[in-house]
Write a protein that binds this ligand. Structure first.
Ligand SMILES: [Zn+2]
Length: 187
């Protein structure tokens, strides 16, 4: 068991029925559990909650947790790119983005300040609202142009709208009326 402590919270790594759990105790009213994209189980609980209550909480959700972890693992394996293929994929994706990005910038009247391709774990793309710099996930190389277009339009729309509010989605829908279908293909 590893414990790290600071004034506002304490962190404990524990194992419950073979499931590794990161427990954070902090000033919260209720216990809360989430599973990270890598399958890590994170529980936050009030300082004074007895440990057996927390263990019981995790234990009662063990089936659900294992199911979640299995699909996270499956997804990671399906999308893992071997090292030697990485460079070729990066080059191929760069060529496609260099073709599609200026097209969408012209159509949408929004200009980025540049982009980078990164091997991101949890996001398909990102946009720095302030600098207008975009990032694209290397794994987009495994998807067709329709999906790539969706991510490009999505990130360019963030130049105008930082958050995913109705105004944001109406920009995306204006250029890609079928965006919901494309978005689902990335899930
Ligand atoms: Zn977004």
């Amino acid at each position: 068991m590893i414990t790290r402590t600071n004034a506002k919270s304490t962190h404990v790594s524990m194992v419950v029925d073979g499931i590794p759990v990161d427990l954070t105790r902090k000033r919260v009213k209720n216990m809360n559990m989430r599973i990270g994209p890598d399958g890590t189980v994170r529980v936050s609980a009030p300082f004074l909650m007895p440990e057996r209550v927390i263990i019981e909480f995790v234990r009662s959700r063990a089936g659900w947790i294992r199911q979640h972890q299995a699909s996270a693992q499956e997804r990671a394996e399906r999308l893992a790119i071997p090292e030697d293929e990485r460079e070729a994929l990066r080059k191929a994706l760069r060529a496609r983005i260099d073709r599609r990005l200026p097209y969408w910038e012209d159509r949408m009247g929004l200009r980025s300040s540049g982009y980078r391709i990164r091997d991101m774990k949890t996001r398909w793309g990102s946009c720095n609202h302030q600098t207008r710099h975009l990032n694209f996930n290397l794994k987009l190389a495994l998807f067709d142009d329709d999906v790539l277009d969706y991510v490009i339009v999505h990130e360019l729309a963030h130049i105008r709208e930082a958050n995913h509010g109705p105004a944001f989605w109406s920009i995306v829908a204006r250029y890609l009326p079928d965006y919901k279908i494309l978005r689902r293909r990335l899930k």
